[in-house]
Design a binder for this molecule. Structure first.
Ligand SMILES: [Zn+2]
Ligand SMILES: [Zn+2]
Length: 140
């Protein structure tokens, strides 16, 4: 059965099949993908970063990020490719946050009930680089 949906890219109503975007946007995306892939395929560009690819191909960062998340661009082939963690900017290849930030965020959530503790902990993290403190918490 045909299901109607709004295209995630342009918002137009279309018949949803396998994709979340309409035919037009899909076509545009394919063109963009080819451009990016052609660029990266060249030996000298194998180690290009996300930003270098954006600059060289004119394809949007968000789109390239999407290709990485979909694993169409494999970071095993293009080792420098990745997108920044939403919190600290470290390059990652999946999810939204790097390992460190997800751990920290989880810890922060656990301690939300005591704001003072967090402030104290932050002080301590600065002095001990957080290593001992983080380990202690898990040991409990
Ligand atoms: Zn569209
Ligand atoms: Zn991070």
């Amino acid at each position: 059965m045909a299901e109607l949906a709004n295209c995630l890219q342009c918002g137009k109503v279309f018949v949803k099949q396998l994709k979340d975007i309409c035919r037009n946007c899909y076509k545009e995306e394919e063109v963009a993908f080819k451009k990016v892939y052609e660029f990266l395929k060249q030996q000298k560009n194998r180690e290009a970063t996300l930003y270098e690819v954006v600059e060289a191909t004119g394809v949007e960062e968000t789109l390239i990020t999407k290709f990485i998340k979909e694993k169409r661009l494999r970071t095993s082939m293009f080792p420098k490719l990745g997108f920044p963690c939403e919190r600290c900017g470290t390059l990652i290849v999946s999810g939204k946050l790097c390992m460190n930030c997800s751990v920290e965020l989880k810890n922060d959530l656990q301690q939300l009930e005591s704001i003072e503790k967090i402030a104290e902990r932050n002080k301590e993290v600065k002095t001990n680089h957080g290593i001992y403190y983080t380990l202690d918490k898990h040991r409990r």
